[in-house]
Design a protein around this ligand. Structure first.
Ligand SMILES: Cc1ncc(COP(=O)(O)O)c(C=O)c1O
Length: 383
């Protein structure tokens, strides 16, 4: 039976993610638009984003946090290009974004001493193979496979190398063991439902030391430069951005942070996201056709929840037919106004991906589930 109740907010995209409940454009009316970001008001707002973020996340007092250009990609690339090459590098690659960092290390940075530890979609590489005398580059949550690292126990506390972590779909939704990480990056457009284009980079004292003592053998574009004359540009970490940010997006980021505080801060955000995963798990347990792409419970993401079809009648189809049926499910649900943007990532195996970050209401996840069953039933009638 076609369900009759649609989710109040049908936005389940894995980025840009759903705006927080109650969001409206009116909330941005105090944005410092038309003003310089270097003027007192704009600079204060940028600094406020940094300070509120530090406080919600519980960043160690000696970590720097900056707002940087080009979203999470910009933040990751500036770390890789500025810091790598001083020693050997291990990169963990288990889905599209982490594989992208591995391929940049190999083909763009052309690192001589590079190991790429790979795993297929749904799995993690063997984390115990990492060598902490080397720098290690990895994603905390693989957004395109729905597989996360289970914790930071595998990261050596007395490491010599740097732990460089792309945590864009994890920060504000998962516990991040900050002292185990030296560079952590994310963007505004993920868990707090902010706007695209702006990245954040957190640096440990050891990461700052690397920046100040190592000169990479490659040119660095201005938007990657975090030092001048061998010294850290401290202004970047107090709101003096490298180039011009959008003050409309800054206002929106502040709204997201204030909302985060209102739902109980980090613990509240994590609980909201975990409740979304629990609702999906309860449904998957009794579903005859849906399963998780993540092979292990401990590595199952609570933000980018990736599903595969486990119905033997579906598995018997050719892969391009499977992809075609899944596209039909996605477009049918979009047309019905029940779910937007729930197709698997373009490089991932055929499946569905449903964002379960903190801005998504569990009542909306619950309202979506009967639609998934209905749409699957409709396509199954075709094969
Ligand atoms: C793990 C991961 N890394 C990097 C990116 C790229 O982020 P952005 O488009 O914000 O630069 C994404 C986007 O979804 C991601 O999930």
């Amino acid at each position: 039976m076609k369900p009759t109740i649609i989710p109040k907010n049908p936005c389940f995209s894995s980025g840009p993610c759903a705006k927080r409940p109650g969001w409206s454009l009116d909330l941005l009316k105090d944005a410092a638009v038309g003003r310089s970001h270097r003027a007192k008001t704009g600079k204060a707002k940028l600094a406020e984003v940094i300070e509120r973020t530090k406080s919600i996340l519980g960043l160690p007092a000696d970590y720097r946090l900056g707002i940087v250009p080009a979203s999470d990609t910009g933040a990751v690339e500036m770390a890789l290009w500025s810091m790598l090459g001083e020693r050997g590098v291990d990169v963990l690659a288990w889905e599209s974004f982490s594989s992208g960092w591995a391929s940049d290390c190999k083909s763009q940075l052309k690192l001589q001493d590079l190991r790429i530890l790979k795993a297929d979609y749904g799995e993690l590489p063997d984390l115990n193979q990492t060598d902490w005398n080397r720098d290690v580059v990895f994603a905390w949550n693989g957004t395109t496979s729905g597989v996360k690292v289970p914790n930071g126990d595998w990261i050596a506390a007395d490491r010599q190398g740097l732990a460089i972590c792309d945590a864009t779909s994890a920060v504000f939704a998962m516990d991040i063991p900050w002292p185990k990480l030296d560079v952590v990056t994310w963007s505004w457009q993920k868990v707090l439902g902010g706007e695209a284009g702006h990245g954040m980079i957190a640096l440990s004292p050891r990461a700052v030391d690397r920046l100040q003592t190592y000169s990479p053998p490659r040119p660095l574009p201005k938007i990657f430069q975090m030092t001048k004359g061998g010294k850290l540009i401290e202004g970047i970490f107090s709101g003096e951005t490298i180039n011009t940010p959008s003050l409309l997006c800054v206002e929106d980021a502040l709204d997201g942070l204030k909302w985060a505080e209102s739902v109980g801060g980090l613990a509240g955000l994590i609980a909201r996201s975990c409740a979304n995963l629990s609702a999906m798990e309860e449904w998957v347990r009794s579903s005859p056709w849906a399963g998780f792409l993540a092979s292990a419970f401990a590595t199952r993401s609570n933000t980018s929840i990736c599903l595969k079809v486990v119905d033997p009648a579906f598995s018997a189809l050719r892969v391009d037919d499977q992809a075609k049926h899944l596209k039909t499910i996605v477009s049918t649900l979009e047309k019905a106004g029940a779910a937007y943007d729930i197709g698997a990532y373009r490089d991932a195996p055929p499946g569905l991906r449903i964002w379960g970050g903190a801005t998504v209401e569990t009542s909306d996840i619950r309202a979506l589930l009967p639609w998934l069953d209905w749409a699957y039933g409709e396509v199954k009638a075709q094969f």
